[in-house]
Design a protein around this ligand. Structure first.
Ligand code: CA
Length: 231
């Protein structure tokens, strides 16, 4: 990864702000915050953030004004507005002023993280995978050409492998894989099986003996873990 995605959270409610900081730090973001409109505007215009989460109701300058000032300066800056619950006018105004997306309060944190990732992906920022993934069993996967030697991967299989590689320090639960690789926020039993099916397909491609995995292992009760080569 080139760098951690840099996130600015402009939110005056301390509980929401600190909750968001925890979640995004956990997901690997570098997070900065502002509580007041003036401070938010000043930081937002610094140009150092990959993504700005912007509350609408702020002391001082409100989120709409900040958003339109950002747009006057930088048409590309990703911005997601945090709007009041079901305030349709807020949503329309925010999007008219150039926000990339909005999330209505009270929001699901999972949903918000997925929205941020989607906007960053569209902007071509963030979780760029390494060109190669070197597995503990000697297999080397080429993430650009979707192959390992002569073995071809589907895009989904490679996305799964990349996500596991980026979190190879721990087992990854099926629900997290569904949310982060497939984008499903609310999982059903049938959907968690989707993960198992793809893991089985991947194992046939990267394991000498798929029944005795040496790289993509099952951690009972915790999920799947990818063992990568020491670098
Ligand atoms: Ca507020």
């Amino acid at each position: 990864m080139a760098h951690k995605p840099r996130l600015l959270i402009v939110e005056d409610e301390a509980v929401i702000r600190s909750g968001l900081v925890d979640v995004f730090v956990y997901h690997g973001y570098e997070v900065d915050t502002a509580e007041h409109g003036e401070d938010g505007l000043h930081k937002a215009l610094s140009g150092r953030y990959d993504m700005i989460l912007l509350d609408v109701m702020l002391p001082g300058i409100d989120g709409f004004e900040i958003c339109s000032r950002i747009r006057q300066q930088d048409r590309q800056q990703p911005v997601i507005m945090l709007t009041a619950k079901s305030a349709d006018e807020d949503i329309v105004q925010g999007l008219t002023l150039g926000a990339d997306d909005y999330v209505a309060k009270p929001f699901s944190v999972t949903q918000l993280v997925l929205r941020v990732q989607a906007v960053l992906r569209r902007a071509g920022i963030g979780d760029k995978p390494e060109r190669e993934i070197r597995l503990a069993n000697g297999v080397v996967a080429d993430t650009e050409n979707l192959c390992a030697g002569d073995t071809a991967f589907t895009r989904r299989e490679m996305d799964l492998l990349v996500y596991l590689a980026q979190h190879s320090d721990r087992p990854v639960p099926r629900e997290e894989l569904l949310a982060r690789v497939w984008g499903y926020a609310n999982h059903l039993e049938i959907e968690t099986r989707t993960v198992d099916i793809h893991v089985a397909k991947l194992r046939r491609k990267i394991e000498a003996d798929p029944t005795e995995p040496s790289a993509l292992v099952t951690v009972r009760g915790a999920g799947y873990r990818l063992l990568v080569a020491d670098t």
